[in-house]
Design a protein around this ligand. Structure first.
Ligand SMILES: Nc1ncnc2c1ncn2[C@@H]1O[C@H](COP(=O)(O)OP(=O)(O)OP(=O)(O)O)[C@@H](O)[C@H]1O
Length: 717
């Protein structure tokens, strides 16, 4: 049989060669599920003769999609790798082909957070809201929650309601939440924008409405594979179920011990109950770990074993013995960072490149001390966060120019019309807004209609319009990289950066040009500007490359699915990891899984550290319960926490555990209940916030409501 099966263990082979029907692979961390997926894809193409365009392979991030594509390309030698993408990206493909069926134009905009913020800016200004009413990030969360839970049918308004009617709904809105929500839907509709939440919703709606289109996609996707199935949410699950409805070939891979996105709607039951939902399912277990040394695995197994609600499975090592897992207790956070820097330096002196070492943490804020020490010790590092490359102003501006050329939408217009300065400031924008409001035209068209007005004399509006028009008329036939270069040149944007002397920003533009070039050369026929813009909106910083020899710093969430020779998991203190925001048992188990994910990223060396001191709220810092979960014989302490501190830590942890709630347990009180509080007297519960474990209570004797923790003693009135 083919070379494709070489280098696979029997369980992996079974996963690769079981092509038909419903297949569930329960894979432990580092057990080669990505390898199995890639080989299965190649097997279908090379051995079974299936066309790549008839296979859908869903990954969790764009980065893993890119890696998967590369792996498959290596195995098949074929450039055409079909649909290897995230759920969102797949939905973009569906909608770009078929959104007309729900009366949404093909050239809809995919909105990212910065676009949403720009829309919020417009709404806030129009309705006199300030950040004190609600910050943008809260507003975004609120919109998401309403779309997911309170107003799940919102998309019908977005799609079917005429723009005028949606505007009326917005203007009539009274509460801050309604104003923002309907204002946002109105803004979305105005530019035919779809955010991440909408993509799947609208695709599902499309399939529900149009049986022919649904059947076309069902027939096209002869084989469907889904990676990281443990983190799938309800909508994604629905989409999968619809898509496999014709050929009934669905292959899912997941690790129940690595579910870390419950807070975003992931539900492990889809993996655990898969066999019940899809009768005839074949289940394959991948438990041999190829990634980590037995020492690292022993610590990880011991940790995850403390979760009660889990499927029993133990990772089996295949690698030879390595060095012990090192653990360090420091007196201060600075001393902890210095220890990490010292270990990194020692490894580097032994010939380990910086890029082989990664520092992981639960929360971003802990990096400050580490960065300070790294800077001082001259250790090169780079932080992977959600707000880097594609969110930088110069990248957003450039992409807005490209969007302007393709769509001439208001959002892009507002972002770049005066960037570089064209003397089109607030006063003139206000005029354009009001004029546009009256005619219902876009801001750009309004500007075109008023170019000869006195108001626009003395501005560079005409040059701007000419430049956009000339590119808009011929971009479709040119490579995107060429359009990009001309845009940066003719807009004066690159010149502006040069004049500012901003080398870093120019470097970023160079990086963007490179990424566009790479996109063009890997996308074949699909490389239209619209296609590129829709994809790029789905990218986040972690998708930008990074090959320099630097230590990487990232959160554990970001590290999901990755592996590194040396891992430093820092700030292992209770209240940081596990986060002090956890108030429930399931939440605590999810934190433990997150720690398990962190530990299992390491291949050769694992370093765990924590520091004494005080938290922001003045409370004392104790070692994390997750460190205490691991048998001390499996750890090699450089310095152990003092015995007295360990005893205090244990007391503290067991006290906190007493207050952990069982999420499924019924809360005794609900919104609307009348209560009496020992200090504040009688009041009414306005809302129950499970995640923060608080009741919002309006006390009779107070003007404003208070958040009161579940722990406080409340009597029914
Ligand atoms: N049969 C095998 N023989 C040797 N090495 C293997 C085999 N299968 C996988 N590996 C190696 O094991 C490591 C982990 O594999 P992979 O990245 O596919 O794991 P994974 O199951 O996706 O991990 P995780 O779920 O923890 O992210 C990789 O370095 C891979 O090359």
């Amino acid at each position: 049989m083919s070379d494709l099966l070489d280098g696979l263990n029997p369980a992996q082979r079974e996963a690769v060669t079981t092509t038909e029907g419903y297949v569930r692979v329960i894979a432990g961390a580092g057990s080669g599920k990505t390898r199995a997926l890639a080989h299965r894809f190649a097997y279908l193409v090379c051995e079974a003769g299936i066309l790549p365009e008839n296979i859908l392979c869903v990954t969790f991030t764009n980065k893993s999609a890119a890696e998967m594509r590369q792996r498959i390309h290596k195995l098949t030698g074929d450039n055409d790798t079909g649909y290897i993408c995230t759920f969102h990206s797949f939905c973009v493909s569906v909608l770009q082909e078929d959104s007309h069926a729900v009366q949404y134009p093909k050239n809809f905009l995919v909105l990212d957070n910065a676009d949403i913020d720009a829309m919020l800016g417009i709404i806030y200004e129009e309705r006199g809201l300030t950040l004190r009413h609600m910050t943008y990030s809260k507003a975004r969360d609120m919109i998401e929650m309403r779309k997911l839970f309170q107003n799940p049918d919102y998309y019908r308004d977005l799609i079917a309601m005429p723009l005028g009617a949606l505007e009326d709904k917005y203007r009539a809105a009274q509460t801050v939440s309604d104003i923002i929500f309907y204002g946002y839907l109105y803004q979305q509709k105005k530019c035919f924008g779809l955010d991440y939440n909408d993509l799947i919703k609208v695709t599902l709606y499309l399939f529900e409405r149009d049986a022919d289109i649904r059947l076309k996609w069902q027939q096209r996707l002869e084989y469907i594979m889904v990676d990281e199935f443990q983190d799938i949410d309800k909508l994604q699950y629905e989409l999968m179920t619809v898509l496999c409805g014709y050929h009934k070939n669905l292959f899912v891979v997941g690790d129940p011990d690595q579910t870390i996105y419950t807070w975003r709607g992931a539900d492990i039951r889809y993996l655990l109950d898969f066999d019940r939902a899809f009768p005839g399912t074949r289940t394959i277990m991948l438990l041999q770990n190829y990634r980590s040394t037995p020492q690292i695995l022993a610590a990880a197994n011991d940790l995850i074993d403390k979760n009660h609600n889990r499927m029993d499975k133990i990772l089996e090592p295949t690698r030879p013995d390595g060095v012990p897992v090192r653990c360090h207790h420091a007196r201060t956070a600075e001393a902890e960072a210095a220890w990490i820097a010292g270990e990194i330096d020692a490894l580097h002196k032994q010939g380990v490149p910086y890029r082989a070492m990664t520092v992981l943490y639960r929360a971003h804020y802990v990096t400050r001390t580490i960065e300070t020490v790294f800077l001082h010790e001259e250790i090169p590092y780079t932080i992977y966060s959600g707000t880097q490359f594609f969110c930088r102003a110069e990248i957003k501006d450039t992409l807005s120019y490209l969007r302007m050329i393709a769509y001439r939408d208001d959002l892009s217009f507002l972002r770049i019309v005066n960037q570089p300065r064209r003397n089109i400031g607030e006063r003139r924008i206000k005029f354009l807004r009001e004029a546009a409001q009256q005619t219902g035209a876009s801001l750009y068209d309004t500007l075109c209609a008023h170019l000869d007005d006195e108001l626009f004399k003395g501005t560079k509006a005409r040059q701007f319009v000419q430049f956009i028009q000339s590119l808009a008329s011929d971009y479709a036939d040119r490579p995107i990289s060429e359009v990009l270069a001309e845009t940066l040149d003719r807009s004066g944007y690159e010149k502006m950066l040069r004049t500012e002397g901003s080398q870093e920003r120019l470097d970023n533009l160079a990086e963007l040009k490179q990424s566009v070039y790479e996109y063009e050369t890997t996308c074949g026929e699909e490389s239209t500007l619209e296609h590129y813009l829709a994809r790029v909106a789905l990218l986040t910083n972690t998708d930008a490359g990074g090959t320099r020899d630097q230590v990487r710093l990232m959160t554990v969430h970001t590290a999901k699915g990755l592996e590194f020779p040396y891992v430093f998991l820092c700030a292992m203190n209770d209240g940081i990891f596990p986060s002090k925001k956890v108030h429930t048992w399931p939440g605590m188990e999810e934190e433990r899984r997150l720690a398990f994910v962190a530990l299992t990223r390491a291949q050769d060396g694992l370093y765990l550290s924590e520091a004494e001191g005080r938290n922001f709220d003045g409370s004392c810092r104790y070692p994390s319960r997750f460190l205490l979960d691991i048998d001390p014989d499996l750890l090699q302490y450089t310095e152990q926490p003092p015995e007295a501190m360990l005893a205090e830590a244990r007391d503290y942890i067991s006290l906190r555990e007493k207050y952990l709630l069982d999420e499924n347990a019924e809360l005794p009180l609900a919104a609307g209940d009348r209560i009496v509080h020992g200090v504040f007297g009688p009041g009414t519960i306005e809302a129950v916030d499970q995640t923060r474990a608080v009741y919002r209570i309006q006390f009779d004797d107070m003007k404003t409501p208070r958040d009161i923790t579940f722990r406080a003693k409340l009597e029914r009135e």
